[in-house]
Structures are given as C-alpha cells and as structure tokens.
Design a protein around this ligand. Structure first.
Ligand code: LIP
Length: 291
C-alpha cells in the first residue's frame, strides 16, 4: 500500500508542474476575474482550468479516489473528507496575487487517507520551489531537507499572517487588533506572501517563526500543514486547541512556545466551517468583470 502512495505522490508532483505551466502562460495574457463570496474573493478561468486538469489526470490514474477542490466546492460539490483516498486541491493559492501579477502563487495538493494526510505538494510556481512532504519521512524543497527555525524568543521572531477576503467591519477590526498586539509584543516584523500555503512553507523553511490566520480554507492548508509538521513545526487552532482542518483557523509555528504566545494575542472568531452544509442555491452569482 505504501508504494501506491509513492506512485500517487509522483503523480501529484508531475501534475503540479503541468498546472504551473498553465498558470505561467495565463500570466502573460488577460485574466478574466470573477467574484465568489465577496467583491475581494476572486476566481479566474485559470483557477477552474487548472483544477480540472489536476482532477482529470488523477481520475485517469486513480479512478476510485475522491476530491475536495476549491473551485469544485465553489461550484456546489460537497466539502466532505471521508476515509477514502482524497486529493485536496487548491489550483491557485494566491489568486489575488495571480490577478495582480504579485509574484507568489502556489499549486497545492494534499493527499488524505482515513482522514490522515499521507503526502503534500506545494509548488510555488513563479520561483520554481517544489515543496514536498510525506508523513514520517520529512519535508523538502527542491529535494533539500527543510527544518523550521530554532528561535524560541518571540521578540526575535518574524510572523506571517494575511488580511483574508472578509471585509465585515467587525472582522477587519479583529484582524487589526490581533496584528497590533502581536506587533507590539514586540516581534521583529509581520509579513504576508498572499498565499496561506506559501506562508506555511516559509515557516517550514525557517524564514518566519510562525503564521496564523482565521478565514482561510481547507484547500489552502491541507498540504502545507504536513510540510510544517515534517519540518519539525507545530500546528494548533487559534484558541490553542488541536488543529482542525475544516475550522478555517490555524497557527503554524516553529515551536509550541511561540505558537502559544501568539494564541494569547489573537482576537478569536469562528468563520463558517468548510464542512458546514452549503448555503441555499438561490443566492445570486456576482457579476463578472475584467481586470
Ligand atoms: C487565499 C489565501 C490567502 C488567504 C485567503 C485565501 P486563494 O486563498 O491563500 O493567503 O488570506 O484567506 O484563502 O483564494 O488564493 O486560494
């Protein structure tokens, strides 16, 4: 059985490279931008095309496997993780970056069996960094072993986070309040790549000590979570409880003490879970526009 997952992982790496070629090609052309949950939650035809490319190619090779894909869920597919082998796909993590040609964009593929992650592929495709991990076998970037930072003093740390795509006044206030408190611990700095998966890979590389966010989705973190833990890092919920893949809340850090220190400063709130029942189908689709 173990060998068949190796086969699947090689397939994931290959298809991520093919997907990235489409992403790079699309960056040279006009990108048609559509809105999803809000005016700043964006999707492009490339997101949809790349997701289809990945799903079709996996289906041909592994016909019984299941999928949770960002764009399939947006189109009404259920977001349910069963015990079956399941590919959790974000075709473009960093869609807003992609729309603006801000150069951090990743193809993210996490593979789960019995609800446990077996392998992860995050391809940061504009700087050609292929992050991979297999459960119990370490994390790598372009074949080199990854190790989180050994810094345990939060005051000498760099923290990554994101503003996300929720512009409700109360949520925005909580985001700024958490950031203000963390900045004033003080930490050396706060950064954000615009891609949850890349932020987490930066934790795995030791470039930042921690990343936290409320509001990202399961497909943004399903792969990178394994890359962080295999690089020696820790994952938890923003309230300090166990990391929950579907809760849309994460702290990923190099060590428990930094994760717990960050948790103390976060103004916690609970977005609608990814595995919650879908909203009524009659909600109007937002209009398309050109970027
Ligand atoms: C996005 C992220 C971004 C995060 C957003 C969103 P998308 O994913 O990676 O960093 O702040 O919440 O989930 O939509 O580009 O795949």
């Amino acid at each position: 059985m173990a060998d068949s997952w190796q086969d699947a992982m090689e397939h994931a790496v290959n298809v991520a490279r093919r997907a990235a070629a489409l992403v790079r090609e699309a960056l040279r052309e006009d990108r048609k931008v559509m809105m999803k949950s809000s005016a700043v939650d964006l999707v492009t035809q490339t997101d949809q095309m790349v997701e289809q490319l990945i799903i079709q190619s996996v289906k041909e090779k592994f016909p019984t496997h299941r999928f949770i894909g960002e764009e399939s869920v947006a189109a009404g597919e259920p977001c349910v993780l069963s015990d079956s082998p399941t590919w959790i796909i974000d075709p473009i993590d960093g869609t807003t970056n992609f729309v603006h040609k801000f150069p951090f964009v990743a193809v993210s593929i996490g593979f789960y069996v019995n609800k446990q992650v077996e392998f992860a592929v995050v391809y940061s495709c504009l700087d050609d960094k292929m992050f991979t991990a297999r459960r119990g076998r370490g994390a790598f970037c372009n074949g080199e072993v990854l190790r989180v930072s050994d810094q345990e003093d939060i005051r000498q740390s760099m923290i990554a986070t994101e503003f996300g795509s929720n512009r409700d006044a109360e949520v925005v206030e909580r985001i700024f309040s958490s950031m203000r408190k963390i900045l004033c611990i003080p930490v050396h700095g706060i950064r954000g790549a615009g891609s949850a998966a890349i932020n987490m890979c930066l934790v795995a590389c030791g470039c930042v000590e921690a990343y936290y966010e409320i509001g990202m989705h399961v497909w943004d973190v399903a792969a990178a979570a394994l890359i962080v833990s295999e690089a020696g890092g820790v994952l938890m919920d923003v309230d300090g409880s166990d990391f929950d893949l579907m809760s849309r809340r994460v702290v990923a850090a190099n060590c428990r003490s930094i994760a717990e220190r960050i948790v103390r400063e976060i103004d916690v709130y609970s977005p609608i879970r990814d595995d919650a029942p879908p909203p009524p189908a009659d909600e109007a689709l937002p209009p398309e526009h050109k970027h």
